[in-house]
Write a protein of this length. Structure first.
Length: 334
């Protein structure tokens, strides 16, 4: 009998909670949520269990089948047994940035969180596909890949789908066309140097560069590159609705084995690494997703000016890779 896939979400804060809720509403998978207890005055409460129960009751209100459960865990890694049997584990646990911070400012704190979680995934869900969301996501995906020791096809960072959704939003608003008819790709590191690919973006098949002036295109590129910070400045914390939806796009591509080509942060080496000028760390590139994770890495053509942007973006990730390796070595030495 075909069992429903199980998706575990580690970290049920803004991103994790909305991801769990969207996954449940889409009705494709069963969801397990994991998070820390919280102190409420003198009491220690378990919000993750409340959130899971609330989502489960939302499904009943909507007559949607599905199972949503919440598990309280400890920072030291107790309580993760229910990871057992997960087909996909999504990691959103960690700290978001506040206004004035860069994503890289989160690296040291979030790697410590990631280390415990990856050790539990290895222990209880060694065959799972892992989607890393926690920032700085390219470096965290690389750290997760190193700590998990899983095949690189099963360790995937979410960012390009979100960045592409932002780019599509800004294009859609500018030319008043449905985002359904806009094909726009953003690749590279998930930071201020990310690369919206104008040359292959189109609106209903018409090249984007034929529809907007160079000035306007540059304006939309800049707004996309700083899209995360724009929301952090407005909300005081990072975005979570569009990130959750982007995670769901990746999960559905995997569980339905629909061979979507989506921009994801993956470990690059060998021939594809050579093509992209990346050897031995993770950056956002278009990949074909299926039920085993990354099935293929697409070598996307770039104009000379895009290749220059790409190299700057790769450099913005590469310059912190050594720090990641030093943090990993220091922690493994403990
Ligand atoms: N890749 C992307 O495009 C993208 C998009 C949005 C957010 N993010 C990142 O995702 C992360 C989460 O963002 P958020 O807005 O949900 O933050 P949040 O603070 O709302 O949620 C984080 C959750 O992680 C939990 N957590 C912390 N340490 C933990 C541990 N040791 N074990 C289990 N759970 C733990 C917290 O209790 C909290 O509920 C941040 O790093 C943020 O920068 C990335
Ligand atoms: O900007 C952030 O800190 C969160 C995330 O990376 C985003 O782009 O929304």
């Amino acid at each position: 009998m075909k069992m429903r896939k199980v998706v575990s979400v580690v970290g049920a804060g803004n991103v994790g909670e909305h991801t769990a809720s969207l996954l449940a509403i889409r009705g494709l998978v069963d969801v397990r949520m994991f998070d820390l207890p919280k102190r409420d005055g003198e009491r220690l409460i378990e919000p993750v269990k409340g959130k899971a129960l609330d989502i489960q009751q939302m499904l009943s209100a909507l007559n949607i089948d599905g199972r949503v459960e919440g598990y309280t865990v400890s920072p030291e890694g107790d309580g993760y047994e229910a990871l057992e049997g997960s087909d996909i584990v999504i990691i959103t646990a960690g700290f978001p940035r506040r206004p004035g911070m860069s994503r890289e400012d989160l690296l040291d704190k979030n790697i410590g969180v990631l280390q415990v979680i990856t050790s539990k995934i290895k222990q209880y869900a060694k065959d799972a596909i892992v989607i890393v969301v926690t920032n700085p996501v390219d470096l965290m995906t690389y750290a997760a890949y190193r700590m998990l020791g899983f095949p690189k096809e099963r360790v995937i960072g979410m960012a390009g789908v979100l960045d592409s959704a932002r780019f599509k939003t800004f294009i859609s608003r500018e030319i008043k066309v449905s985002p359904q008819d806009i094909h726009a790709y953003v690749i590279g590191g998930h930071g201020d140097e990310m690369v919206p690919l104008i040359s292959i973006s189109n609106v209903g098949g018409i090249p984007l560069k034929d529809m907007l002036s160079k000035e306007k295109l540059n304006e939309l590129i800049k707004r996309t590159q700083f899209g995360g910070g724009e929301i952090v400045d407005l909300m005081g914390t990072s975005a979570y609705h569009a990130p959750a939806a982007s995670i769901v796009e990746m999960v559905e591509a995997i569980v339905t084995d629909n061979k979507r080509i989506l921009p994801c942060s993956v470990y690059l080496e060998g021939e594809t690494g050579e093509y992209y000028g990346v050897e031995g760390f993770c950056v956002g590139v278009p990949v074909k997703l299926g039920n085993c994770g990354v099935e293929d890495i697409i070598k996307i053509p770039m104009l000379p000016e895009e290749r220059e942007m790409w190299q700057r973006s790769v450099e913005s990730v590469r310059r912190n890779v050594k720090t990641v390796e030093e943090l990993l070595n220091a922690r493994s030495a403990v």
